[in-house]
Design a protein around this ligand. Structure first.
Ligand SMILES: Nc1ncnc2c1ncn2[C@@H]1O[C@H](COP(=O)(O)OP(=O)(O)OP(=O)(O)O)[C@@H](O)[C@H]1O
Ligand SMILES: [Mg+2]
Length: 329
């Protein structure tokens, strides 16, 4: 803690390096602590609303701290490599995803949740082994590049192959089509999602969080990647944790099975499709029944869904899909 006088003496006329130390990348936690302590000392709650000198110093302090952070990137180290953390790409349920020059790095926001990242590493490694034998399924899952297993109290991180150029999430798609999707556009997304889910089940895994944010799609190439494996478990186990933002099927809390993912994928389908897609919606409702035993099996669903599509639209044709251009306004 600093007094007002100490804070003024330190901040007035100082450079970013004077205040936060030399150009060492790993000084971020210390710098943040120092910044917060100084901001508190100069805050109007302490110095009073008319203390213009403290106000000016506080503005300088924030400017210098921003400058310091911009010029000292965070570098994460593992025994296999170093990763310079760039701009934030996305905010997830337990982690933030940042760009690096060649990858993305997923950093858990709260070290208490490191075990969820460890859990995801195990799932991604299982999928990796599975797709060694079933290589056509490889593009459906994220690729683990490296893992940051850290000391207690630090934040674990995962280095992943980047899915950035041309990829959007189904949440982005949903926002871009507020009236819901045409069933013919949903068709390719769902066929591929079902394939990813069925593959995971063959590998013995339940994803446990099939929601719009965790499905990445590449509209131009009709690609689908099922991401967000922190909550995954082996079939028959309970989920390691649940997220408040997710509406789960009734069995969650107890052991989950492939049927749990079937429910979630089709609840997502109901959310994505336009209301007038009556037949596809009826199909999805059959897969979201409360009793897991009544839901169809993911592998059988692939064939059933194809049959439905053929009945509705005849032979399959490639249908271009794109998100509407945003004006940026
Ligand atoms: N490999 C990747 N490349 C680019 N963006 C990604 C990648 N993986 C995830 N993302 C983006 O980052 C967001 C957060 O990632 P992710 O879903 O893995 O983290 P989380 O929600 O915190 O954890 P989880 O979903 O495993 O509980 C995703 O919604 C997606 O937009
Ligand atoms: Mg997620």
């Amino acid at each position: 803690m600093f007094t007002r006088e100490e804070a003024l003496r330190l901040v007035e006329g100082a450079s970013a390096d004077d205040l936060f130390g030399p150009a060492e990348p790993d000084r971020h936690p210390e710098a943040r602590q120092r910044y917060r302590a100084l901001v508190t000392a100069l805050h109007p709650d302490h110095s009073g609303p008319h203390d213009t000198r403290a106000h000016a110093a506080s503005a300088d302090l924030t400017r210098l701290y921003d400058q310091w952070r911009r010029t000292r990137p965070v570098v994460l180290h593992t025994p296999r490599g170093s990763y310079t953390v760039g701009t934030r790409h996305a905010v997830g349920s337990v982690a933030n995803v940042y760009r690096t020059d060649r990858h993305v790095v997923k950093i858990v926001r709260n070290p208490a949740l490191n075990p969820l990242l460890h859990n995801e590493w195990a799932a991604l490694r299982t999928l990796r082994r599975f797709t060694d034998e079933h290589d056509w399924l490889r593009p459906y899952y994220p690729e683990l590049v490296d893992t940051g297993d850290v000391r207690r109290g630090e934040r674990a991180f995962t280095v992943l192959e980047p899915l950035v150029d041309g990829f959007v999430t189904l949440a982005d798609v949903r926002r871009a089509f507020p009236a819901g999707l045409d069933g013919r556009d949903w068709a390719w997304m769902h066929r591929r999602l079902l394939r990813a889910v069925a593959g995971a089940h063959r590998a013995g895994l339940v994803h446990g969080a099939i929601v719009a944010d965790n499905v990445l799609v590449h509209p131009a190439q009709h690609g689908v990647v099922l991401a967000g494996w922190s909550f995954a478990v082996e079939e028959g186990q309970p989920l390691p944790a649940t997220a408040k933002s997710i509406t789960y099927p009734p069995e969650v809390g107890g052991p989950v099975t492939a049927a749990t993912d079937v429910h979630m994928a089709h609840a997502l389908m109901l959310d994505m499709l336009a209301p007038n897609e009556k037949q596809q919606r009826a199909f999805a409702r059959g897969c979201t029944q409360d009793d897991p035993a009544r839901r169809p099996d993911a592998a059988a669903l692939l064939a059933e869904y194809d049959e439905l599509l053929e009945e509705l639209h005849g032979a399959r044709v490639f249908r271009p899909f794109a998100l509407p251009e945003t004006t940026g306004a």
